[in-house]
Ligand binder design. Structure first.
Ligand SMILES: [Zn+2]
Length: 286
């Protein structure tokens, strides 16, 4: 059975914008008879205790999910196996560039939109042997662009470069891990913030290389602060624990102010209610 998902990173409490995106993902999944799976993206930036607080907050707004929670930190071997598969097919190469070298190369006039320029793509065995730092592993991409299907943005064509699949510290890259997980969990509907729209073509391309079914994306507008920047915890009282009125704020922003709980939200939900504009939230006046 196909699934939708929510995939938080346990780096701190979820704010109202995160909770709203989670609700939208749940509404899209449940209203289309999908399973809804929860995945903790904890390869990086983990704050102790944060995972449980996030899951508690999601449960408190009435989200329920199917099956056990998946944790990326427990799936390192699976990611490594997929990287080995790509490598065996000649689809990867080692990159020894420092962060600074990549920034310089990406800002060069001939580099398109910050794409990795392929500095290490054709290093010889001798050249590689001379390097004295651990390499990242990059995808040897056969495309410069790839098109994904997004329910709000239509056909979205975006850049694909030789992106990193394993970082030089050995940690699987975000793009690799999410694609492998979505495939393994049967996720064919990806609802998330539209700040991730530009990374979707890379992920869609990688999914194709791994023989996975293409997912439908729904990149929803984010919650912004009054300055038009992505809402963040430093903006003030923006978490569920800080806002006893969180539910009414979120449901009002979704055009369903009378829904008292998640069940009523689902009854009232129709895809035309999906927000097309960012939700500007001012915690000092709301
Ligand atoms: Zn390199």
């Amino acid at each position: 059975m196909p699934a939708g998902r929510f995939a938080p990173s346990p780096s701190g409490d979820l704010h109202l914008g995160n909770l709203r995106t989670a609700l939208l993902a749940w509404l899209f999944a449940r209203s289309t008879e999908r399973r809804f799976v929860m995945r903790v993206e904890d390869l990086d930036r983990v704050k102790p205790g944060s995972e449980q607080r996030q899951l508690d907050d999601l449960a408190a707004i009435g989200l329920e999910w199917d099956g056990p929670i998946t944790r990326q930190s427990e799936r390192r071997e699976i990611y490594d196996a997929r990287i080995r598969t790509l490598t065996a097919a000649g689809m990867t190469y080692e990159c020894f560039c420092t962060r600074r070298e990549i920034q310089q190369a990406a800002s060069a006039p001939h580099a398109p939109d910050g794409a990795y320029p392929g500095t290490c793509r054709n290093l010889s065995t001798t050249e590689r042997a001379k390097k004295d730092r651990p390499p990242a592993i990059r995808l040897r991409s056969q495309k410069t662009h790839f098109t994904i299907v997004d329910q709000l943005h239509g056909l979205f064509r975006g850049q694909v470069d030789d992106f990193v699949v394993r970082r030089s510290d050995g940690v699987p890259a975000y793009n690799l891990a999410v694609v492998v997980d979505d495939g393994a969990q049967g996720v064919d509907q990806i609802v998330r913030g539209d700040d991730l729209l530009t990374s979707a073509p890379r992920q869609g391309y990688l999914a194709q290389l791994l023989g996975l079914t293409p997912a439908t994306y729904i990149h929803v507008p984010l919650a912004l602060n009054v300055e038009g920047k992505r809402l963040a915890k430093r903006d003030g009282a923006v978490t569920l624990r800080e806002r006893p009125d969180a539910w009414s704020l979120i449901t009002a922003s979704l055009g369903m102010p009378n829904a008292k709980n998640a069940e009523e939200l689902l009854e009232q939900w129709k895809p035309t209610l999906v927000p097309r504009e960012p939700w500007v939230f001012d915690p000092s006046t709301a």
